[in-house]
Design a protein around this ligand. Structure first.
Ligand SMILES: Cc1cc2nc3c(=O)[nH]c(=O)nc-3n(C[C@H](O)[C@H](O)[C@H](O)COP(=O)(O)OP(=O)(O)OC[C@H]3O[C@@H](n4cnc5c(N)ncnc54)[C@H](O)[C@@H]3O)c2cc1C
Length: 495
């Protein structure tokens, strides 16, 4: 469609990238971006951009991607538990400071001819434009004021986003046990090297631990950064931090908010990025989604004859990938919220559990990227091995003890194993003796959820658990067995 005047609200990654792409696609159009902050002030530390996102950015705008990659830092990934370390190579995961990313995007937006206006908070309704792109973040006032059918799910766990003044060697997942409970960090380097660099240091915990440590009170008392929590965590994570400081920047304990909207547009206004949807930080995809939305929206505006058709196309094209990622993120969030329960697993099996937590990384594929980790995990599971490539599923199932002949059947069709329905099933399992078999729907999402529930049942009720599932899902079942989610399987169809 022909565009003459577009306003973009919000100068985060989504707004800045959309503004540049819009201007490049419509050189005659006036594109004005309004950002309430100043150009060099931002919250947060580093963000990660994975290989798939980089490919999409490369296709849409190679110049910008080149600068992003040049300013970023590639890193592998390690999990460290009780002195054991599992390392996974990751050639194309780039960490970049949010400030750097925004500086690159601001420069490129300006170069394309976008009119960048900083320092004033604006309302979408007051902007004079035929299309208003609302990229005003997770707390979007535009979303609140408009008719987008928004809903927000609040996570159970608590997280705190801070940084440290040295570059870790790798992205690190590391739990620590304190007298109050378990805290776990997801940390990754994003600039410099060693002592001259910086890393993001995100820490999460469960509500009971948070309360026992007194952080409910410090959270209530926090205006800027929660220094009491930062000092406590700096001590707790002294090993991973190698004596370095934890640095706050408006750092406080939060619960993750998953935003969903029934509609992404309302009249001339269209939502983009965190304003439209969020996905739990543990899959590191918020920036990716915002920038990919920008690509999708600008494509749709170019291809369609009018605004309504363009907004409909944008949503039709983007919604399936957004919802798929939100579902992966939901599973990932539940896994991390229950993470302390699994610390008895050897680190390699824990790494397999991590990689298979959302059902999107098959064990065979993971074995090809991290053969040593998977070989160790399989040997820990099967007592011998490891098996040849391509034979992992059969090998795991052959080493799994047959389910007992008599088992109590518990029907389980639920979305969240940690919901009150999940509590009730755990209680029923604990009320009797002997093994249980969890039965329910045969579709893959239902079976994956059942394996998560099985893990909860076997740990909390202390009974052996089998999951009933179709033979077509044997690969998922093998991953679940190696991850310690269940003891046995009951195949409901012939192999
Ligand atoms: C703990 C944590 C860790 C994360 N880790 C990662 C990661 O590893 N990788 C990753 O990709 N993502 C990560 N994210 C997510 C990522 O930060 C966001 O998803 C991403 O920044 C969304 O981009 P956006 O442009 O939609 O919104 P934002 O970046 O939030 O930008 C919105 C902008 O709008 C401005 N604004 C708001 N209202 C107004 C107004 N009325 N007038 C003018 N300006 C306004 C704000 O000042 C802000 O600059 C993480 C998020 C969290 C919370």
């Amino acid at each position: 469609m022909d565009l003459h005047r577009v306003a973009v609200l919000g100068g985060g990654p989504g707004g800045l990238y959309a503004a540049r792409l819009l201007k490049l696609a419509n050189p005659g159009c006036e594109v004005v971006l309004h950002e309430q902050g100043e150009p060099d002030t931002t919250f947060g530390f580093g963000v990660g951009l994975a290989a798939g996102t980089q490919r999409k950015l490369e296709a849409a705008d190679p110049d910008t991607l080149r600068e992003i990659v040049a300013a970023g830092l590639r890193h592998d990934m390690t999990m460290t538990v009780d002195g054991g370390i599992a390392r996974v190579r990751n050639d194309r995961l780039v960490g970049i400071a949010r400030t750097e990313l925004l500086a690159v995007l601001q420069r490129h937006a300006e170069k394309a001819g976008v009119d960048l206006r900083f320092g004033d908070r604006r309302a979408a309704a007051d902007l004079d434009a035929e299309v208003v792109v609302a990229a005003d973040g997770v707390g979007s006032a535009t979303r609140e004021a408009g008719d987008f059918g928004a809903s927000i799910d609040v996570g159970r766990g608590l997280y705190l986003w801070c940084g440290t003044d040295f570059a870790l060697d790798d992205a690190v997942f590391a739990p620590v046990r304190t007298e109050h409970g378990v805290f776990v960090t997801h940390a990754y380097p994003y600039s410099g090297a060693g002592a001259t660099g910086t890393s993001t240091f995100l820490i999460e915990t469960d509500e009971a631990t948070w309360r026992r440590a007194g952080f409910d009170a410090t959270t209530d008392a926090t205006d800027a950064s929660d220094d009491t929590s930062l000092r406590y965590l700096q001590d707790a994570f002294a090993g991973t931090l190698r004596g370095h400081r934890l640095i706050g920047n408006r750092t406080r304990w939060l619960r993750f908010r998953t935003v969903r909207c029934d509609r992404w547009s309302d009249g001339r206004t269209v939502l983009l990025g965190d304003a439209a949807h969020t996905a739990h930080f543990s899959i590191g995809s918020g920036t990716k989604l915002a920038m990919e939305d920008a690509i999708g929206l600008v494509d749709a505006l170019r291809e369609e004859p009018d605004r309504a058709a363009a907004f409909a196309r944008y949503e039709r094209v983007r919604r399936p990938s957004v919802e798929r990622l939100q579902e992966l993120a939901r599973r990932s969030r539940l896994w991390w919220e229950s993470f302390p329960d699994r610390l008895d697993l050897p680190v390699e099996r824990l790494m397999v559990a991590y990689m298979s937590r959302a059902g999107n990384v098959p064990l065979e594929r993971f074995a090809s990227t991290a053969p040593d980790v998977v070989a160790a995990a399989l040997t820990q599971y099967g007592g011998d091995g490891p098996p040849p490539a391509g034979a992992i599923t059969d090998w795991v199932l052959d080493r799994t003890r047959p389910a007992p002949a008599a088992m109590r059947e518990l029907h389980a069709d639920l979305d969240d194993p940690w919901s009150p329905e999940g509590d009730a099933i755990v209680a029923r399992a604990a009320a009797g003796t002997g093994a249980v078999v969890l039965t329910g729907a045969a579709d893959r999402p239902a079976v994956l959820t059942r394996t998560d529930l099985a893990e909860r049942v076997r740990r909390e009720a202390g009974v052996q658990v089998a999951v009933a599932a179709p033979a077509a899902l044997r690969d998922d079942l093998a991953a679940a067995l190696v991850s310690g989610r269940m003891d046995h399987i009951v195949l409901t169809e012939e192999r």
